[in-house]
Write a protein that binds this ligand. Structure first.
Ligand code: ADP
Length: 328
């Protein structure tokens, strides 16, 4: 970790389109001088006031016996679009300035920090198995980083601080969760994920068998259960929205968006000749079947030539990168 004055916590923020992510240091008891651990917290962006309360209550501005000279001089490292939008609120409510950092720069720094410093931070999740993967600085670069937040950013990373934002898509986590709120009435993302877990996407999804019939599929060597059209069954059904179970709607939404993003990731990785694709962003949320579906899609489209890799603390890459910049 970057060096810091004793007893003075470090705090960095990533204020995104949906969530505010905080990464901060806390000295751990009995750890000896300078020992610190990283802690993580997140707030919905609309709950900025709760975030301020948390920062105060946790003494993250160094006021609990901290050594900061005065808050007026205090600057917090912050990234994400909200670092610009809410800079005045931070000054007025907390009396701190935000040092605004480039979002992509921060995400890449955060990913590289995790990959190079935290053993077991990277893992695969396929066929029900979670396996850590070993990355060394010699075999790490280049890789594709797909950060799935409100929107999706896709970056080619060639080294520490060396990257290019290749492309992205506006059809991301915000789109899915927005539709989920409208269609299922879910109140939180975790509730949505739990619903999806209990649902069956084949109630709404059209699969190849539905179009061709089982016999033709077999003759032509097509896999009967391959998705032909997400939500496609709705068109020919007399059912209204309220006739569908929220669980089935949630399951259909999650598979539609997850497969779509994974396919875009595969296509970009193919164009760039990259075989390893790391996924980050709060969309993934450590959720088992999201990771399974991404892995399946990458493996399917690449004919096992590419690997989907996930990261612990995947939603905090930008905030971690911002925290690392205290050492610059
Ligand atoms: P951003 O920086 O754009 O806010 P994040 O990486 O924080 O992006 O991801 C936001 C997305 O993660 C949401 O659009 C949603 O799909 C998902 N998500 C995960 N947890 C939550 C949550 N608690 N509230 C809202 N969305 C969440």
């Amino acid at each position: 970790l970057p060096r810091q004055p004793a007893a003075s916590p470090l705090l960095a923020l990533d204020i995104g389109g949906t969530l505010i992510k905080l990464v901060y240091t806390a000295s751990c008891g009995g750890g000896g001088a300078g020992a610190a651990e990283l802690r993580f917290a997140k707030f919905e962006r609309r709950r900025l006031q709760e975030c301020f309360q948390f920062i105060r209550a946790e003494g993250l501005l160094g006021c609990n016996g901290g050594t900061r000279p005065s808050r007026e001089n205090m600057t917090l490292k912050a990234t994400g679009g909200g670092a610009y939008k809410f800079a005045d609120d931070f000054r007025e409510k907390l009396g701190v300035c935000l040092d605004k950092l480039d979002e992509m720069d921060s995400v890449v720094s955060g990913a590289n920090f995790l990959l190079q410093n935290i053993p077991g931070a990277a893992f695969t999740h396929m066929n029900g198995q979670r396996n850590p993967i070993n990355v060394s600085p010699n075999n790490l670069f280049p890789y594709l980083l797909v950060n799935i937040g409100s929107g999706v950013s896709i970056l080619k990373v060639t080294g520490n601080r060396k990257f290019e934002r290749v492309t992205g898509t506006h059809i991301g986590g915000g789109t899915m969760f927005g539709l989920a709120k409208l269609l299922t009435g879910c109140k939180s993302y975790d509730e949505f994920l739990q619903l999806s877990q209990k649902g069956d996407n084949f109630v709404l999804d059209l699969i190849v068998k539905d179009i061709c019939g089982e016999l033709v599929c077999q003759k032509q060597g097509l896999s009967t259960s391959t998705l032909a059209s997400s939500f496609g069954k709705v068109i020919t059904s007399k059912k209204m929205l309220t006739d569908y179970k929220p669980e089935d709607l949630a399951s259909t939404l999650l598979s539609a968006f997850t497969y779509n993003i994974a396919q875009i990731a595969f296509l970009v990785a193919s164009l760039l000749g990259l075989r390893r694709v790391f996924f980050g962003g709060s969309y993934i949320r450590g959720h088992r079947s999201t990771m399974e579906n991404i892995s399946y899609a990458i493996d399917f489209w690449s004919q096992s030539q590419m690997q989907a890799v996930f990261l612990r603390h995947e939603g905090y890459l930008g905030a971690l990168g911002a925290l690392m910049s205290y050492g610059d």
